[in-house]
Design a protein around this ligand. Structure first.
Ligand SMILES: [Zn+2]
Ligand SMILES: [Zn+2]
Length: 263
């Protein structure tokens, strides 16, 4: 299984794109601004989008992408998300004011988009790939995902604050790669808590619960561009072994748009 990082930033600026990962050719996890780097042919090949939650940085490219591919696809694009996320998208985005309701265009019987509700804990198989919906604890209903590859599971935290339920499940999986958010530095600790994100110190506390923490790469995602340097320095301080550095507790890596991983 190939995971291509389209976007892994907490906000936009030159070279920074928001959350989106392409799994092989036909599955997209979140639809942040990174989707804009796909060619039209690559976008047309996507049959399933799995959303972690309704926040704009994770859905921004979805309405635009549907418009790009609609006329070129024969089957509806399936958008998998929590029921609350689907309601939010219908109410605030696909409401015929901000964007057309593509779940009723060109007709309700054969629309360009079909919303498919999912639940935390559910295992779903699409396009020959198995995905499990993981718990997340964020300011709106949210999930993470585990995707089964040939060498183990690719695990993505989604946007979340401290999350014991996540580790309870993840510790039972043979994890090949963990992608975990760290939106803020310790300087913004209070903001991180209020907005239910992790900061460098809470990342350290979370990783202490991960039983395979020394066995698989740990990739940091969703850093704010203005905070990335500081978060990097703080994580280096609590953890000596950043890739290329001296041996330590964790194999911590910084995600960048354009990276492709074999899992
Ligand atoms: Zn969020
Ligand atoms: Zn986010």
């Amino acid at each position: 299984m190939k995971i291509r990082v389209l976007g892994c930033s907490g906000a936009i600026s030159q070279g920074c794109r928001t959350t989106s990962f392409l799994v092989d050719e036909s599955i997209l996890i979140d639809a942040g601004t990174g989707v804009g780097d796909l060619t039209l042919a690559e976008m047309v090949a996507i049959d399933h989008v799995f959303l972690t939650h309704s926040h704009l940085d994770h859905i921004a490219a979805l309405p635009l992408m549907i418009d790009s591919v609609a006329a070129l696809r024969s089957a509806p694009l399936q958008v998998h998300a929590l029921p609350e996320t689907i309601v939010a998208l219908r109410t605030h985005v696909f409401n015929d004011v901000i964007w057309p309701d593509f779940s009723r265009i060109p007709s309700s019987a054969a629309p360009f988009v079909r919303f498919v509700p999912l639940a935390t804990g559910e295992v779903r198989q699409v396009a020959g790939t198995t995905l499990e919906v993981l718990p997340a604890d964020h300011t709106v209903p949210a999930v993470g995902y585990a995707v089964q590859g040939e060498r183990g599971w690719w695990v993505f935290s989604g946007d979340t604050g401290r999350n014991p339920a996540f580790w309870k499940r993840v510790n039972a999986l043979p994890v090949a790669m963990l992608v975990i958010e760290t939106a803020f530095s310790n300087r913004e600790r209070a903001l991180a808590e209020r907005s239910k994100h992790l900061s460098s110190d809470s990342l350290a506390l979370e990783l202490a619960q991960f039983e395979r923490a020394s066995e698989c790469p740990i990739c940091i995602t969703h850093t704010k561009p203005s905070e990335t340097r500081l978060i990097y320095e703080e994580v280096c301080r609590f953890d000596a072994r950043v890739t290329g550095g001296t041996p330590g507790t964790h194999d911590i890596r910084w995600l960048e748009a354009g990276q492709v991983f074999d899992v």
